[in-house]
Ligand binder design. Structure first.
Ligand SMILES: [Zn+2]
Ligand SMILES: [Zn+2]
Length: 350
């Protein structure tokens, strides 16, 4: 089969190569991939930087956001977590975390922060391929008739839903989405859906700002044109935001995040900064925001809420999938992201 692999360390090092299809072992399923999304983590692997890149054994097939059809099950697929839930022919999306299901975090309902988590596209071969072999325990089974291209976006949508529902939610509040990559843009729509009174989006990229308005933002601010903290202060008559979603991961962005959140508000921290940064605990103590560390999706609570938003058309993810690129041409998806042209390219794997 064809698969997009990281074959060399350092920047880029990607190639579409021929790889063997791996037969499903006990507790595993073989899935024919329909569509797969390119994520920020894949970009880190492209750049060859960060902890995930260190972990990667070359060659590895990248990709962890996808939808596909189950075509075979391993010999003992009825594991406690799979439990016969997954059948051949099912249209599945994948949870990208493969928790161990045995540690204290997993056994107490916090599998999304399992310290033993493995990831397709990092620790095992991922989904930028015609087929993927993964544990049935990470399958989310979609109802028949679900559009595969939308089902491929459920995993990143889950982060936006997780962030929106954490803490005191968003209902009736002014929220700021600081950073409008694909998940930030989804967060705009999710916050709107769950009853935010006002949604202010911030991003330096004009395309993303325009998309934020399309996804339901009331305002889309360019932080390079005017200081966004002052604008948010003006828009809220000095009250600032009840919730700020931090997606920038940059020192300036993070400084803005904490300056835009009102007294006793929430910072929902969704970014993974590339390096350590200074933090002003004195300023934090003055406004006392609560910081919620949003990691992945609660299993499976988040999926239970997120997936029906798409099935029942409460949220339109179509605009997020900005490009569709055939697997054979998939390195172009990375080039489009690097050029700032793509929101989220989908790789079509059939
Ligand atoms: Zn991802
Ligand atoms: Zn665990």
């Amino acid at each position: 089969m064809l698969a997009l692999n990281k074959i060399r360390p350092g920047v880029n090092g990607l190639a579409v190569i021929e790889r063997e299809v791996r037969e499903p072992g006990p507790g595993e399923m073989l899935v024919r991939v329909h569509a797969a999304g390119v994520c920020g983590t894949d970009m880190q692997l492209y750049h060859g930087a960060g902890a995930f890149a260190q972990r990667l054994k070359l060659p590895t097939t990248l990709g962890h956001e996808m939808c596909g059809t189950v075509i075979a099950l391993g010999p003992e697929a009825a594991t406690p977590q799979g439990a016969g839930r997954v059948k051949v022919g099912d249209l599945v999306s994948l949870e990208s975390h493969i928790p161990c299901w045995n540690c204290n975090a997993c056994r107490t309902g916090r599998a999304h922060v399992c310290p033993n988590t493995r990831y397709p596209g990092i620790d095992i071969d991922g989904c930028f391929a015609q087929y993927i072999t993964v544990p049935t325990s990470i399958a989310w089974v979609n109802p028949p008739g679900t559009a595969p291209k939308l089902a491929a976006l459920l995993e990143p949508l889950g982060i936006a839903v997780h962030a929106t529902l954490e803490g005191r939610g968003v209902s009736g509040q002014t929220v700021v989405v600081n950073g409008c990559g694909p998940i930030g843009l989804m967060n705009v729509a999710v916050a709107r859906h769950f009853g935010a009174r006002r949604v202010i989006a911030i991003d330096p990229n004009a395309k993303r700002r325009q998309m934020a308005l399309q996804m339901g933002a009331d305002e889309a601010l360019d932080p390079t044109a005017a200081p966004p903290v002052q604008t948010v202060r003006d828009l809220t008559h000095g009250e600032l935001a009840g919730v700020v979603f931090e997606y920038t991961g940059s020192p300036d962005g993070v400084r803005n995040t904490f300056a835009m959140v009102g007294a006793l508000g929430d910072v929902r921290w969704c970014a993974t900064p590339g390096q350590p940064m200074d933090f002003d605990f004195g300023a934090w103590r003055k406004s006392r925001p609560t910081i919620y560390n949003i990691h992945g999706r609660r299993l499976w609570d988040t999926w239970d809420v997120a997936a029906p938003l798409v099935y029942e058309n409460h949220i339109d993810l179509q605009p997020i999938a900005s490009h569709e690129i055939p697997l054979a041409d998939s390195p172009r998806a990375f080039a489009l992201i690097l050029a700032g042209e793509a929101i989220k390219p989908l790789i079509l794997c059939e």
